[in-house]
Design a protein around this ligand. Structure first.
Ligand code: FUL
Length: 694
């Protein structure tokens, strides 16, 4: 008996241990680090929603108003918030955040705490309320409603005093109690001077408490949250490494080390995920001069993948125009983007497929199969202490894929630090993509590969990895029109919108197709020509055609104006790069005005016109209003101008200006700026070109 006793106890303990192990593995893992609130979890699922910049600046052509504008300037002619809501809904967005009050202090609702509001505008005789119209439209279209409010107020007489903090809280109360549920309150951290030259010491704890008092479920945005954080840039790009956690007690609105906001803080004490805000145009507000500057489809698709695809929400800004509508050009781009996203994620090839794992915490509750069940409440987990592991999706047969989606079960914290994705192809495993953090969602793009199995390996995690979802797609190649560029030397290059497409082009103006020249590398094209290009994917589908009308290349050109030649940047006005240019403005006003630019074309050419591209950007100065254009054989005698007059509407629409004149032979040209759009005494140029006779 005595001899048996120890054996029995060992057996007994082993049994106990196993039972303990089994039951421990059935219970969920303990939360790790900071975790999201239920509201934050819901917010993550919104993924994509609209920002609407619409306020006084819309009518004054500004980005930051001064607070001195007359309220009567606010006067949309056809305001239709239902159109905004319809556009957002059809774009796949889940809500709209409106600039209820920007830095100039103008309120889009009839606030009783300021005179600077719609109540004193001519719009609807002062009886209008944009927040009412938009919140109603959002309800009608099943969208969530959010508000942007700038504490910085360049109009309010009390700004800069303690009283203003109380006024701002009252302002918040109005907005948060009159329009139903508000899903997000967007606090701009900007803190400038008010009308009396003073800066405000903001009562952030008081502002935050006010929001929670009236909208306890709202997500509060600022550099420091507490609901969500700024991503640290306005380019639409979230961090490749993106922690949803932040040291919330150390960061504050207006945080100087804002670069830290992009990756977040790996061991951050609070759950404050990144939100990526970016505008569909260069400006946040509408400027007619940017109607031709809506970001390209290729750019928008890239933003989508680099924001939402990196676990951040995408807040895409639509500058509402002076009519009070989303402009047609922006609507068109949103539709195109939606079509691409729908096509890219149309069939989840991993759904319901057989999945195995290196280890399962418990094969019933935390099974590998949970990652393909389409249920975000189930997940695959490893045992406590196991921080590495892999899941393998058996696709059953060779399948073409180029997108990988993975999501952590963030309810219990963000854990994964790095992972890799491999495909089983031609009898061997091959790494096809890798990433660092996963968080709410990570989407990886890679060249199309045929795989029968796909394996995701968690290489490093801060605790046992919990994966709720894995998806695989075969996105069609992005069929956007190719980009065309030509250098000053006359070398043309085309840029494909995606891998997996072939570019074809013509240089005689005819429509390109599969029989046209295939683009392999940049090529010389120094003559006048119309270049048309398109992309064709493996299935034969074609992109829209891009077109560029070139005249003679500027290879032999030189700027020889005596008045300006000393300035090294002057060559930029003939470098064929629309983004660079030259201005005759100098610190000491040493250059005369009217301003002349003389160019030696390097050879005699038959000319029948010229082009002028003004500098591109906002608040550009030096754009020419009235001009004279001369030609010369010898650069000395010029005679009368061959063309003169004005560049009509150039202020509002600074696109390429083309002027024709009767054919003439010349080697030298001179563009003389007579007046500037703001009556300045200098002129600026992005490019000067000529139209030659064929
Ligand atoms: C910034 C503001 O200063 C801009 O005008 C714009 O509203 C942008 C979304 O936030 O901080």
């Amino acid at each position: 008996m005595n001899l048996l006793r120890p054996r029995f106890s060992i057996f007994f303990f082993l049994l106990l241990f196993c039972r303990f192990q089994t039951s421990a593995q059935k219970s969920p893992p303990a939360p790790f680090g900071a975790t999201p609130s239920p509201q934050q979890l819901d917010w993550h699922k919104m993924e994509y929603y609209a920002f609407a910049h619409f306020n006084m600046n819309t009518f004054t052509d500004e980005e930051w108003g001064h607070g001195t504008e007359s309220p009567s300037a606010f006067n949309p002619t056809q305001l239709d918030c239902r159109q905004w809501a319809k556009v957002a809904k059809e774009a796949g967005m889940k809500g709209i955040i409106i600039t209820a009050k920007h830095h100039d202090g103008f309120c889009l609702w009839p606030s009783q705490y300021t005179q600077h509001s719609v109540k004193n505008s001519s719009w609807k005789n002062g009886k209008g309320d944009v927040l009412r119209e938009l919140s109603d439209a959002c309800k009608e279209y099943g969208l969530k409603f959010g508000v942007y409010l700038s504490p910085w107020d360049r109009n309010h007489p009390a700004y800069g005093t303690a009283e203003y903090n109380e006024i701002f809280k009252k302002t918040l109360e109005e907005v948060l109690t009159n329009y139903g549920d508000v899903f997000e309150v967007w606090f701009d951290g900007a803190n400038g001077e008010g009308p009396n030259g003073k800066k405000q010491v903001y009562d952030w704890p008081g502002f935050i408490a006010t929001v929670y008092k009236y909208q306890p479920k709202a997500i509060i945005f600022s550099d420091a949250g507490p609901g969500c954080r700024w991503v640290g840039n306005e380019e639409g790009i979230a961090g490749e490494t993106n922690w949803a956690t932040l040291n919330g007690d150390k960061v504050y609105p207006g945080y100087e080390k804002y670069q830290e906001l992009t990756p977040g803080h790996e061991d951050g004490t609070h759950w404050i995920p990144a939100e990526t805000d970016v505008s569909i145009r260069p400006g946040w507000y509408y400027h007619q001069s940017e109607d031709h500057k809506v970001k390209s489809l290729t750019h928008m698709v890239d933003i989508y993948y680099k924001s939402l695809g990196r676990g951040s929400n995408l807040l895409l800004n639509l500058p509402i125009d002076r009519r009070g509508l989303v402009h047609e050009n922006d609507v068109q781009r949103l539709k195109e983007l939606k079509a691409v996203i729908d096509a890219d994620f149309s069939t989840n090839l991993a759904k319901g497929k057989k999945v195995t794992a290196s280890q399962e915490r418990d094969k019933e509750v935390f099974a590998a199969a949970n990652v393909v069940d389409g249920d975000d409440t189930t997940y695959w987990a490893t045992a406590d202490g196991t921080h590495k592991g892999s899941v393998e999706v058996d696709l059953g047969k060779a399948t073409e894929i180029n997108r990988f989606v993975v999501q952590e079960y963030i309810k219990l914290g963000q854990r994964v630090k790095s992972f890799s994705v491999e495909a089983f192809t031609n009898g061997a495993w091959k790494e096809i993509a890798k990433g660092t953090t996963i968080g709410y969602k990570r989407i990886l793009r890679f060249p199309t590969i045929s795989a029968s199995k796909v394996r995701v390996t968690i290489l490093e995690a801060k605790a046992s990895p919990l994966i709720t979802n894995v998806e695989l797609y075969h996105a069609p190649a992005l069929l956007a029109a190719p980009e065309i560029n030509r250098t000053k030397e006359g070398v043309v290059s085309l840029r494909a919108p995606d891998t997996g497409v072939t570019l074809y082009y013509t240089t005689d103006g005819s429509e390109p197709n599969k029989q046209s020249k295939k683009y392999k590398a940049s090529f010389p094209l120094q003559t006048k020509a119309t270049l048309k290009a398109l992309a064709i994917d493996a299935s034969g589908k074609q992109s829209p055609v891009s077109r560029m009308d070139f005249d003679i290349a500027k290879k032999k050109w030189k700027v020889i104006s005596t008045q300006a030649v000393a300035y090294k940047n002057i060559a930029k006005l003939i470098d064929d790069d629309p983004e660079t240019g030259w201005s005759s403005r100098t610190k000491d006003n040493s250059l005369p005005f009217p301003c002349e630019v003389v160019i030696d074309l390097g050879e005699e050419l038959a000319l029948e016109g010229f082009t002028y591209l003004p500098l591109q950007g906002r608040n550009i100065e030096g754009t020419i209003a009235q001009y004279e254009f001369y030609v010369s054989q010898d650069g000395k005698s010029w005679g009368k101008p061959v063309s003169s007059g004005e560049f009509s509407n150039i202020k509002n629409n600074p696109v390429l200006q083309t002027k024709h004149f009767t054919q003439v032979k010349a080697r030298f040209i001179k563009l003389k700026a007579l007046t500037e759009i703001h009556n300045k005494n200098f002129a600026s140029f992005a490019e000067i070109g000529v139209l030659t006779t064929k």
